[in-house]
Every structure is written in structure tokens, then in C-alpha cells.
Design a protein around this ligand. Structure first.
Ligand SMILES: Cc1cc2nc3c(=O)[nH]c(=O)nc-3n(C[C@H](O)[C@H](O)[C@H](O)COP(=O)(O)OP(=O)(O)OC[C@H]3O[C@@H](n4cnc5c(N)ncnc54)[C@H](O)[C@@H]3O)c2cc1C
Length: 428
């Protein structure tokens, strides 16, 4: 049987490994290790912050090792998950189909989305878990004709207590994450090698022969008939460039800014995150307690239960890049304009809640949906394979997206990965 290496075990890697295992022998190489949810006490961390000891977001790894933080320009921090299941373990559980940009270049993923809806539990009937303040904000958004919609959540509804800890790792195993697909692939015989960081793809005579990876400071070569890169929008471009394959400086990240107010006893930290979404022109708006800002931003002073926050998530311009030397990404003038529109809308919503603009404070600009550096075009609509790659090397993650979705991307990434799992077999 042919062999395949899948690099990364997040939304894309776990999906493609599950598709391929059985049709070929799959080895998943994963830089991180097993995922553990955050178990600390938030109020204690609030107090620790007041001592001034928690001053840099990168320190989050001391208390929550899965969360990797990088700094970009405009004081923006980039967040991703390193470990089994990738960033899906720290996601908010939103299951959104958003593939208009792919359809526009001739890609139809209907079959793959249908399969995903059979395989992943998705529900929207969670209004009974919303707190009164959120119900009020929903009504305000409706009155403003913003057409708020309850967010589809990937979760086992009966097990979800609505505790609000999705992004810190679901403590009850209610949220679906990519570890489920990974376990299914392993159940069918796939091998998983953890704490194994792939540095580059080895290419000989125009074909990929395997990858070079480091584990416990030792470098090893893993050979395979086919290699699939799924190390995420920040990981895959670095591996490609290390392998001599050029990427486009088209990095998008979906920057997030939260606008918050002190509202005693709103308990948003204990409520389902992003319970509904308002779709704006180039941004979405959603209620969201921003734990990163709570941990590290000096403006977030009150106890967690006394903060209510609205998230603005931009579909940012696709210009930026990452390489071994670091990340280059800043907000363009257009991004700043869109962000301002989002802030104005949040301000109006808070005004209708009886809170004036001088009582509002902002969170830390952060971003967690990177991609775009080897974007699909009409030319690759059928093959999902760039001419820059050897025939037996595929990319299957958000790196392929033509532009920012400005929306939760897991479902769309998983649908693409499913297609690639089917397609790549034909080319070995
Ligand atoms: C806080 C937060 C909340 C989010 N919430 C949602 C949500 O509710 N819904 C949604 O749709 N999206 C959400 N997202 C975004 C979503 O999680 C990611 O876009 C998605 O997981 C990306 O999938 P991926 O497979 O491309 O990358 P990832 O899921 O990040 O997986 C990449 C994997 O590759 C591994 N890796 C990286 N480099 C290497 C290497 N060199 N060698 C080996 N392995 C490597 C990583 O450890 C990781 O396991 C959220 C993101 C964040 C940060």
C-alpha cells in the first residue's frame, strides 16, 4: 500500500488523515502534544494581573501551553493552537459554511459539506443558554435591522452546559474538535507522531520523497509516496519556503477587536461564546468574552463576571507574510476604516443598553484565522494543486483560501481537506 505523510493534526490535517487512512498508510506528524484544557481560576488570574506579573501575551504558554502567540505590527497578536487537534481545541465551536469565494473561482464543495453535516454534530437551538443581557443585545441588533442569527455550534448539545470555556478547551468534551477525526484515523490504523516538527519537504527529481522533521533536537527523514501539508496558515508557508517553494505575500488573519463595558453580574465569561452573529459588509459582530484581553490587557480591570464585550472580526486585506524570520502583517487603511465602522456599531449597541461611549474600553487586537499564502485560483479549481508543487505534494489548509472569509473557517477548511483527501490519491 502507498504511504502518506500528513503534517499537522488540526482542522485540515485530521480531516485529510481520516479520508486517506485505509486507502493508503498514513503517518501524521504533529509539532505539539496531547491537548489539556485550561483549568485555572479566572478570579485568581485577575488578581495576578493586578500585580503586573502578567505583562506579555506570550506568557500564556506558561499557563496554557497549547496557545501559541506571535506579535505582528499595530500591536496585533496572532494566536494559534499547537497540539493534537490544532487550533480547533481552542475554538469557539462555530460551524459556519462560508465558501462564496471558492464558488466564485469554480469550486463546488456541496458534497463535502453534506458529509461534514452528517459527521459533525451541529446545532443552533442554544437560546435557552443565553443570559438576559445577550437576549437584550440580540433584540437591539434586530431593531437595528442587523439580522442577527444564532450561530451554528459544533457540539453535543446535551453535554454542553454553556459554561463559556470553549476557547480554553471544553471541560466536558461537549465541543467537537478535530481530535475526533484524528482518533478515527488512528482507529483505522494511522500512525501519530507527536512533538515532531516538520522543517521542510525533501524534493528530488521533481518529486517529494518525504519530510525532514525535528523531534527532541534530533532531525529525522520520514519518507512517503505522498505528502500533505496541513500545518495551518502560519505553519505551512514556512515549510514551503524552507523547501524552496515560493509563497504569495497574501497573508490574511481576520483581526479581532473587542469593545467592552463594565456591566456588573453580566457573567459573559460563563456564557456560550459568540451565541449569535451579525454579518456586516467586511466584518462580523458577536458577543464574546475575550479571555486574552482579560488576562493581559490593563484596561480590563474588573472581575470577569462584570465585563460585557462585543467582538468585531474583520475580513482583512490579504497582504502580509510569514517566513522563518517572522511575520509581517499590519492593518491597511481600508482595514482601519472597516474597524472604525465596527467600533461605531458596537458603540451604538452599548448606547442602546444605556452605556455611554466614555465608559467603553477596548480589548487587545488579536487574530486567529491565518491563511492565503498559496491561494487557489480558477486554474486549480479541479485539481486543488498548484503548479509550484511537485505532483505528489499537496497543501490542504487555510493557506489555500483565496481571501479572508472574515468568518469562522473550520468547516470550510475541513470541506477543502476532504476534497483533497479524495483528489490526491489520483496523483500518486
Ligand atoms: C481563539 C480562537 C477561536 C476560534 N474559534 C473558531 C470557531 O469557533 N470556528 C471556526 O471555524 N474557527 C475558529 N477559529 C479558527 C480555527 O480554529 C482555525 O482557523 C483552524 O483550526 C485552522 O485549521 P488548520 O488545519 O489550517 O490549522 P490548525 O488547526 O491550526 O492546525 C495546524 C496543526 O499543525 C501543527 N503544526 C504547525 N506547524 C507544524 C510543523 N512545522 N510540523 C508539524 N506540525 C505542525 C499544529 O500544531 C497544529 O496541530 C478560532 C481560532 C482561535 C485562535
Amino acid at each position: 500500500m502507498k504511504t502518506a505523510i500528513v503534517v499537522g493534526s488540526g482542522a485540515a490535517g485530521a480531516t485529510v488523515a481520516r479520508e486517506l487512512q485505509g486507502k493508503c498508510e498514513v503517518t501524521v506528524l504533529e509539532a505539539g502534544s496531547a491537548f489539556r484544557p485550561f483549568v485555572g481560576n479566572l478570579t485568581l488570574f485577575g488578581k495576578l494581573k493586578q500585580t503586573g506579573l502578567l505583562f506579555d501575551e506570550r506568557m500564556i504558554r506558561l499557563i496554557f501551553p497549547v496557545m501559541q502567540i506571535r506579535r505582528a505590527a499595530d500591536r496585533m497578536i496572532l494566536v494559534n493552537g499547537i497540539g493534537q487537534g490544532g487550533t480547533t481545541t481552542i475554538c469557539a465551536g462555530n460551524a459556519v459554511r462560508k465558501d462564496e469565494e471558492l464558488q466564485a473561482i469554480g469550486i463546488n464543495l456541496d458534497v463535502e459539506f453534506q458529509e461534514l453535516y452528517q459527521e459533525i454534530p451541529v446545532y443552533t437551538q442554544h437560546q435557552n443558554k443565553w443570559h438576559d443581557r445577550t437576549k437584550q443585545v440580540f433584540d437591539i441588533c434586530r431593531d437595528l435591522n442587523l439580522e442577527p442569527m444564532p450561530t451554528p455550534k459544533m457540539a453535543y448539545a446535551q453535554r454542553c452546559s454553556g459554561c463559556g470555556k470553549c476557547v480554553l478547551g471544553c471541560p466536558r468534551g461537549a465541543k467537537w474538535d478535530a481530535r475526533r477525526f484524528l482518533q478515527e484515523a488512528i482507529g483505522k490504523g494511522a500512525q501519530l507522531v507527536s512533538q515532531c516538527k516538520v522543517e521542510k519537504v525533501v524534493i528530488e527529481n521533481g518529486r517529494a520523497t518525504g519530510v525532514e522533521a525535528t523531534s527532541a533536537r534530533r532531525t529525522r527523514f520520514y519518507s512517503a509516496d505522498i505528502t500533505i501539508l496541513a500545518a495551518g496558515g502560519l505553519g505551512t508557508p514556512v515549510i514551503l519556503q524552507n523547501s524552496g517553494i515560493e509563497c504569495n505575500a497574501n497573508l490574511f488573519v481576520d483581526p479581532v477587536l473587542c469593545v467592552a463595558a463594565r456591566i456588573p453580574d453580566s457573567q459573559q465569561d460563563r456564557e456560550i461564546p459568540m451565541p449569535f452573529i451579525v454579518q456586516g459588509e467586511n466584518f462580523i459582530l458577536s458577543p464574546y468574552f475575550d479571555f486574552l484581553s482579560f488576562f493581559f490587557n490593563k484596561h480590563w480591570k474588573c472581575p470577569p463576571s462584570g465585563i460585557y464585550s462585543l467582538m468585531i472580526k474583520l475580513a482583512d486585506s490579504n497582504c502580509g507574510s510569514i517566513s522563518r524570520r517572522g511575520v509581517k502583517k499590519s492593518l491597511t487603511d481600508q482595514d482601519q476604516v472597516t474597524l472604525k465602522e465596527g467600533v461605531a456599531l458596537c458603540t451604538e449597541i452599548f448606547r442602546r443598553l444605556g452605556i455611554g461611549s466614555d465608559a467603553l474600553f477596548r480589548g487587545t487586537l488579536n487574530a486567529g484565522h491565518p491563511g492565503g499564502m498559496l491561494p487557489l485560483t480558477e486554474r486549480e479549481a479541479l485539481t486543488f494543486h498548484s503548479a509550484r508543487l511537485p505532483p505528489n505534494l499537496y497543501v490542504s489548509d487555510a493557506t489555500l483560501l483565496p481571501r479572508s472569509l472574515g468568518n469562522p473557517p473550520i468547516f470550510t477548511i475541513a470541506a477543502m481537506a476532504k476534497r483533497i483527501g479524495k483528489l490526491c490519491l489520483q496523483y500518486v
